[in-house]
Design a protein around this ligand. Sequence first.
Ligand SMILES: [Mg+2]
Length: 391
Amino acid sequence: MKITKVTPWLIEAQGPYLDTANDNQGPRKLREYTFVEVKTDEGITGWGEVTAQSPRALPICAGLRHVSDLIEGDDPRLIEMIWNKIFRAYTYMGSRGLTTNMISAIDIALWDIRGKVLGLPIAELFGGPVREGIPVYCHPQNGSSIEDTAQHAKAIVETGQKAMKIDPFQPKHEEETNGYLSGKLSAEAENLGVERIAAMREAVGPDIEIMVDCHGRFDVPTAIRLGRVLEPYNLFWLEEPVPVESTHALKQVRENISAPISVGERLHTRWEFVPILENELADFVMPDVTWTGGITEIKKIATMAEAYYVPISPHDASGPINVLAGAHAMASVPNHYRVETHKAKLNAYDEFIDYPLDIRGDKIYLSDRPGLGIELNKEYMRAHVVAGYGG
Ligand SMILES: [Mg+2]
């Protein structure tokens, strides 16, 4: 079997919605999704995903067209070899970010092909599941009012979910409109954020795990202050309190707050998790399977974390393949915490795929269909494709 073509598909479609009886969040927003189709000469096609919102999507699509030439003619069974071939071809422009984003999409598609060839779900190729269902967590709508957020949090709990995450620190500091400059947060945004978390805790009660995402936006004193002011609300973790570039900054925050720390969506490949684990800088690691290097890489990172008794919790900011690839990879992982999903119900993804995601309570259940367990709906994709980016 030979790879014949890699096609990136850039789609603009409606994002997921809560879909509960209490859903009142109004019209869904348009979101970008980037899927990758890897065709073979034997008619089996693999699907991957590397969704990244603008301005990241276009360079990734452009890069994947070059990768198509690089791996055309390769045997898709040689997943590890192809991973290394792409990685080494692009390391002169950095062995993180775009390089591993492109690898991730291809790697997931190659595992999809492998599963389809063997007639087995990807999860079965890694030793089989270690538990019934794969735990997940989701996000409440970051509502226009604090009451909205609290109501969404409560609605999520009513679906059987037990954990949720939010970035409550909006609106952003005015300097942030042009990206990170000072790492500060306005007093107004800070107070509003704390009120939002207080209302969520009040709405869901003491037994639900609440996580706060800082999106790597703050300097050290701001992050420490936020960690301390949120202490009464018993956070399950504080995520990316400082930008990814300085482990010293992360260490300072870690030593000065009580909430557990989670990092990893901006870390790529096993090598970037070495200083985190070796220096005891995080209680959880949360690489994104569509960015860090695919299923091959996230399994390696999971095993590294397992050796330190640190749980792994795949990040998700994208579409159905991100969730499925994370779930297939985590099915056999003893030290797995939860796979992130946007919403408690992911019915919006049904338009993309031929077999719905099966989320019940706080778990996703994988089908016994081969590979990822889905095919993408090309008719729907063609109707929503960004001109020039599809097949
Ligand atoms: Mg995050």
